[in-house]
Design a protein around this ligand. Structure first.
Ligand code: 5GP
Length: 189
């Protein structure tokens, strides 16, 4: 998506060889009109897939997930984060390691919001090592719902998470795939 790549080049800040900051429009301050355009693009890539629900993880996935849900006219569920493991029988849960924060968190979704009849599209702002997506896949599996795939705004392809999940048979659509951040330079695939 050219307009997204251009915005990343103008506003993105490379913090290290593995971390890109896009907090001026995506995950701290949000550009609402632009987020809507991102959601429409993700929705367009999965149209006619009979998706019934969007699933993301709080907090930074919520804006684009909501935009996608609005475009598809379906509900958006966000997995909540909790530090202590939860044994609540009413939740689907998974443990996810965040390399940006160097910590593991439990994510969970109340079982009222995902059903075996659902066809779920996962949405997130970034795909790096694939932990967040893997955790969401586990939650979908626990619910008995079907998985339509994942729509990602920025994939850092060099971190390998996308390849592993695609190899496992999951359809992943990425709006801005990045091949490298080495030396502070953003190189798209
Ligand atoms: P993964 O679980 O695929 O390793 O990482 C994805 C999650 O980590 C995303 O939900 C995102 O919040 C965060 N993340 C990963 N890489 C970056 C990055 O370069 N910049 C920012 N701002 N967040 C990232």
């Amino acid at each position: 998506m050219k307009v997204l790549k251009d915005k990343i080049l103008i506003e993105g800040k490379v913090l290290s060889d593995t971390v890109l900051k896009v907090d001026s429009f995506l995950n701290h301050q949000i550009d609402p009109a632009f987020a809507m355009d991102l959601g429409k693009e993700v929705a367009a890539r999965f149209k006619n897939q009979s998706i019934t629900k969007i699933l993301t993880v709080e907090a930074s996935g919520i804006a684009v997930a909501m935009a996608t849900g609005l475009a598809l006219d379906i509900p958006v569920v966000f997995a909540k984060k909790k530090r202590a493991a939860t044994a609540d029988p009413n939740v689907f849960s998974s443990t996810v390691y965040s390399f940006t924060k160097d910590e593991s968190v439990d994510i969970y979704v109340n079982s009222r919001f995902l059903h075996p009849s659902d066809n779920v599209l996962l949405v997130d702002d970034f795909l790096a090592q694939g932990e967040a997506l893997r955790g969401m896949v586990e939650i979908v599996q626990q619910s008995g719902a079907s998985l339509a795939g994942a729509g990602i705004i920025i994939e850092k392809v060099f971190q390998g998470g996308g390849k592993a999940l695609r190899d496992a048979g999951i359809r992943i659509e990425t709006l801005a795939p990045i091949a490298s951040l080495a030396g502070g330079k953003i190189t798209f695939c």
